[in-house]
Write a protein that binds this ligand. Structure first.
Ligand code: TYD
Length: 235
């Protein structure tokens, strides 16, 4: 079921340090250069309330129960859907979001071992089951990605922001997260595209742009069909 027929909702997923945020920024630039109306956001965060929740979630000094963590991820998401994602989609925009419910299924469901069932039940209640039109899963090696994320956080650590809580997790934790991401991609083949993120930035970018263009063209045709408007160039 298409719950947001006007805009297009695209999410980026992957391990910490996989290069997701760089690729999302580059995709946004490429789409804007083609005159698409694009908004970018991230989770946890993306709204004033979400940013405060993000601080609580990511600060390394906070010892947190896994269920509290999951509930806060969804609290941030509920606010983000209401304030940013759904208004953007209603206005016909392309909404790019750095992480969404797949992150909760991978990190809390598998990493924290709360189980996919619990996460997906919350997703149904809190997000009405709303899924992206397209998810780009940046596939990378756990050890390498997490090392990169740790280095990045050490370099950028300012007096105000400590966002290291997840990067301190064990190798086994990130292996579970990685396996779950691949399981989600196998399960939701129509939605999730796996991109090999172990390659140069420009190569990965070209592949992502090509795939997104293909999807957008498909959606424009599908909509035109639904409204019986003839599409230039035929079927
Ligand atoms: P962030 O600095 O945005 O990570 P990155 O740049 O590596 O994507 O931190 C977000 C962290 O929160 C990241 O470690 C993954 C985690 N997370 C979850 O565990 N569950 C979730 O549902 C979301 C959205 C993020």
């Amino acid at each position: 079921m298409n719950m947001h027929p006007r805009g297009t909702f695209i999410t980026f997923e992957g391990l910490d340090g996989c290069g997701k945020s760089t690729q999302m920024g580059k995709l946004a630039d490429a789409l804007r250069a083609e005159a698409y109306d694009v908004i970018t956001t991230r989770e946890p965060g993306g709204t004033p309330i979400g940013d405060r929740i993000r601080e609580v979630l990511l600060h390394s000094a906070n010892e947190m129960d896994a269920m509290t963590e999951l509930a806060l991820m969804f609290a941030s998401r509920a606010q983000q859907l209401a304030e940013v994602i759904n208004p953007g989609l209603r206005e016909g925009r392309i909404v790019l979001c750095d992480r969404f419910t797949d992150s909760s299924e991978a990190y809390q469901g598998a990493g924290r071992q709360l189980g996919s069932g619990t996460v997906l039940a919350m997703h149904k209640i809190i997000c009405g089951g709303q899924q992206p039109d397209l998810t780009i899963l940046m596939d990378s090696d756990p050890a390498h990605s997490v090392e990169r994320a740790r280095r990045r956080n050490l370099q950028s650590r300012s007096a105000t922001a400590d966002e290291n809580r997840f990067e301190q997790e064990s190798r086994a934790f990130f292996e579970r997260v990685h396996r779950q991401y691949l399981a989600i991609a196998r399960r939701d083949r129509d939605r999730v595209i796996v991109v090999n993120a172990r390659r140069p930035i420009a190569t990965v970018h070209r592949e992502i742009v090509a795939m997104v263009r293909e999807r957008l063209a498909g959606r424009i045709k599908a909509r035109a069909k639904a409204t019986k408007t003839p599409v230039a160039g035929g079927a």
